[in-house]
Write a protein that binds this ligand. Structure first.
Ligand code: GLN
Length: 490
């Protein structure tokens, strides 16, 4: 069967009303992967057999007359840095090419507990370091709207798969924008939850004080459904917190809501097409009765350097474990009895250039004599960035910004210039530094020169643009509420 455009609720309703079976649905998505993914490159591995077994279980349960959970039988993609028991988990790195996950990540346990169908693992930048998925050691993922462009990153596979109906929803991880930016580039919804809202147990760590797992989906409602399943305190992640009790009742209308527009996010470097789409959306929300206020987040200019010092420092510590003995490829034939040589050779061959660059930057920032000048100072700036937001949220309920300064860029356009690539993160990293929740919502499109690549191209002559909705900590439910209203306006 054709699976075009199905949301979680569509599939759930169809299953409950016996319009189709879970097996039919799952086969539909598997066929889509089969026919499209050679070109799109969203998946690193597909679990065809397991997916069909799981679908059959759901069908049996429906046949018995059981009431099925909302995610039962819903086909999902999982970013390849999240552990699914007995499956490879590579983080798109050669160093973990043959690593088998010995257990399920907590989020996977929760999805499986609902009967969700995991179709496979999605492509990403190696160890989630990047913004285009071009840093994967294994393959390129293309933007479903234009195959010559990137899907964004690092959760590019997860976003491209949802956008092109290769799965109904997916999981990504966001350290500095890796859910929101690819969601924006691919025209889907992505949520970066509050730090601590979702367990990180079973997520391959990049920068532990910034990483969060979150949903990528077709609609705000779908993102909310998945978030409600995966959130909550987990004894296996001491940074996760009790959640439900902190959720206030969200207001069901826009009237009277105060929305802050930070002037620093609308300045130089913002693509004029993106600006127009975002500003038009803000006007529509204003017409509904929201109060729009210009605000200032003055530390924004330090966000990129601050993020790239903290993230690389934490990465250099987290990635120390991959040395070919405890973790990592151990098939390297080393003609040496010297342990250090084994470590060096493993890391030299196993890590890609961007990962090496980050380890070197982070090691430098943490080293004696430089620690105070870089790492410590970045931590202080991080506090100032957090205070910017605290101050803003005394005046406004939400902050609206673009997700990315440009729409999806061309494959190869920035990959050889790391600084250019880092600058793409300007509107997303502050949210991670401050630990806040933020939604990326598709709100319009910009025209681009029509791709003349011929029949191999999916070009439609336009690219999607995302709006970022930032909220107060643990107020995801309010973000979903305003997100759903905004979604209807555009
Ligand atoms: N693009 C950012 C980076 O390269 C963010 C990555 C992420 O969120 N995982 O670090």
């Amino acid at each position: 069967m054709e699976t075009k455009g199905f949301t979680i609720s569509d599939i759930h309703r169809g299953l409950v009303e016996k319009e189709f079976s879970a097996t039919e649905i799952v086969k539909g998505y598997l066929n889509k992967i089969e026919s499209l993914d050679k070109k799109l490159g969203a998946f690193l591995e597909v679990f065809q057999e397991d997916a069909l077994i799981q679908a059959k279980k759901v069908d049996d349960s429906i046949f018995r007359g059981d009431k099925i959970p909302v995610l039962a039988g819903i086909p999902a993609g999982v970013k390849d840095n999240i552990l699914v028991k007995d499956k490879k988990c590579t983080a798109a790195s050669k160093i973990l090419e043959n690593y088998l996950a010995p257990y399920d990540a907590t989020v996977i346990e929760k999805l499986k507990g609902q009967g969700a169908v995991i179709l496979g693992k999605t492509n990403m930048d190696e160890f989630a370091m990047g913004g285009s998925t071009e840093n994967s050691a294994f393959k390129l993922t293309r933007n479903p709207y234009d195959f010559k462009r990137v899907p964004g990153g690092s959760s590019g596979g997860s976003a491209a798969a949802v956008a092109s109906d290769e799965c109904c929803f997916s999981l990504g991880s966001d350290t500095g924008g890796s859910i929101r930016q690819p969601a924006s580039f691919c025209g889907v919804v992505g949520l970066k939850p509050t730090y601590g809202a979702v367990s990180r147990y079973g997520l391959i760590a990049f920068a532990s004080s910034l990483d969060q797992i979150g949903p990528i989906a077709k609609t705000v409602e779908d993102a909310e459904i998945v978030f409600d399943v995966i959130e909550g305190k987990d004894p296996k992640d001491s940074t996760s917190v009790e959640f439900k009790s902190q959720i206030p009742n969200p207001k069901s209308q826009v009237k009277g809501l105060r929305i802050g527009i930070p002037k620093e996010y609308f300045g130089e470097g913002l693509d004029s097409g993106v600006r127009k789409v975002v500003e038009e959306t803000i006007e529509k929300v204003e017409k509904e009765g929201a109060k729009i206020e210009e605000i200032s987040l003055p530390q924004t200019k330090y966000a990129i350097p601050c993020y790239y010092i903290i993230a690389t420092s934490e990465a250099s510590a987290n990635l120390a474990r991959y040395e070919g003995i405890k973790y990592g490829r151990s098939n390297i034939k080393c003609q040496t009895s010297n342990l250090l040589d084994v470590y060096l050779k493993t890391r030299e061959e196993g890590f890609g250039d961007e990962v090496k660059r980050r380890i070197m930057l982070g090691t430098y920032a943490l080293s004696a004599g430089y620690y105070e000048a870089y790492y410590l100072r970045a931590q202080k700036v991080r506090t100032l960035i957090r205070k910017d937001f605290e101050r803003a949220f005394q005046k406004v309920d939400f902050i609206f910004t673009p997700v990315s300064p440009t729409p999806a860029f061309k494959i190869g356009e920035k990959i050889n210039d790391p600084l250019k690539m880092y600058l793409v993160d300007i509107f997303t990293v502050s949210v991670n530094l401050a630990g806040l929740p933020a939604l990326s919502l598709p709100v319009g499109k910009v025209e681009v020169e029509k791709d003349k690549a011929g029949k191999n191209s999916a070009s439609v002559g336009w690219l999607p643009v995302g709006l970022q909705i930032i909220g107060r900590p643990f107020r995801e439910s309010e973000i979903f509420q305003i997100g759903k209203i905004t979604e209807k306006l555009v």
